[in-house]
Design a protein around this ligand. Structure first.
Ligand code: NAD
Length: 302
């Protein structure tokens, strides 16, 4: 089995890092062949040449940018990297929540002006005792929930099957989204982008959220109606937002979202961490071995 590490992974890690890791695990890998000549391609983005490969592995959990139907019709195997981002994204979300509660973003802003000044007394709060609503309780959602629970927060979740998961005190179905967000200080989005979740967080959701609530989006930009978010921020319907996923990406310089004091924008990096290539590599090795012996791969999309 010979694998191509596609150049598209470059924005996440150097392709050679994954080649070296796969090689150290006994899997033949290269950055330098055509997809037709490989038994599988590890990629961060689709290009049409991938349709010539028998197996494509996405280094991301989300696969909304890949032409899944075309892959299906081409008869290729397509796998993704769900399951590996619970810790990195979980910690990123803890960072977002702590930043707002402890006002770190405002102190960092003032540091640029060498300004020694407290926030207003009523602005700082502790996460302990506050409620978070996590929408989507897969790998990301569970990684977020256990960490916010460990900080003493009351975590409720929105899930299609209303069964409890660790860290969550109550689960409701998407039909009860409005109820679930209505008394949360933080609403954290961890759902995939699907027809059902496109525009899920709209003006109606913002109207239901508390005025002192924060939205944290580590899912996909399109899950949020971004115009409605801007309106909600301008009108004070919500307190702020941490946005790791935006629509479009990169967020254009003229977007009003850049200008809010209570908005944290990060360039879709919540999952990035210095051993990302190893976590992806472990999945790829597992699947190379499974496919090699004719077994079904893990994380199969088609
Ligand atoms: P996952 O498949 O483990 O979990 C997704 C969960 O969402 C599943 O439990 C699924 O049942 C649930 N879900 C689907 N539709 C729903 C709905 N309408 N309402 C409630 N729950 C619903 O995937 P994951 O690894 O947790 O990743 C989730 C998404 O987060 C990805 O698809 C991707 O878009 C995004 N993501 C972003 C980053 C980042 O860097 N910001 C990193 C990884 C993943």
């Amino acid at each position: 089995m010979r694998l191509l590490v596609h150049d598209s992974v470059s924005p996440v890690f150097a392709p050679a890092l994954l080649v070296d890791y796969l090689t150290s695990e006994g899997v033949d890998a290269t950055t330098d062949c055509h997809p037709t000549d490989a038994d599988g391609v590890v990629a961060f983005a689709h290009d049409d040449a991938l349709l010539d490969a028998p197996w494509v592995h996405a280094i991301t959990a989300g696969y909304d940018d890949y032409p899944v139907e075309e892959y299906h019709e081409a008869g290729l195997t397509f796998t993704n990297s769900t399951g590996i981002h619970g810790t990195s994204v979980g910690e990123s979300v803890v960072g977002h929540c702590l930043t707002f509660a402890r006002r770190l973003h405002r102190y960092r802003d003032r540091q640029h002006d060498r300004q020694w000044e407290h926030e207003p007394y009523e602005a700082a709060f502790t996460l302990s005792g506050e409620r978070a609503c996590v929408v989507g309780l897969g790998t990301l959602g569970q990684g977020v929930a256990v960490r916010l629970d460990a900080l003493g927060m009351d975590v409720v979740g929105v899930r299609r099957t209303p069964a409890l998961v660790p860290g969550v005190s109550e689960v409701v179905t998407p039909d009860d989204l409005h109820d679930a967000v209505s008394d949360a200080r933080f609403v954290v989005l961890t759902v995939p982008l699907t027809d059902e979740t496109t525009g899920l967080v709209d003006a109606g959701v913002f109207a239901t959220m508390r005025e002192d609530a924060y939205l944290v989006n580590v899912a996909r930009g399109e899950v949020v109606d971004q115009d409605a978010l801007v309106t909600a921020l301008e009108s004070g319907a919500i307190a702020g937002a941490a946005l790791d996923a935006l629509d479009p990406e990169p967020l254009p310089a003229e977007s009003p979202l850049w200008g809010f004091e209570e908005v944290l924008i990060t360039p879709h990096c919540a999952a990035l961490t210095n051993d990302y290539h190893e976590a992806v590599g472990d999945l790829v090795v597992t699947n190379a071995r499974r496919i090699g012996r004719g077994a079904d791969p893990v994380n199969r999309v088609v």
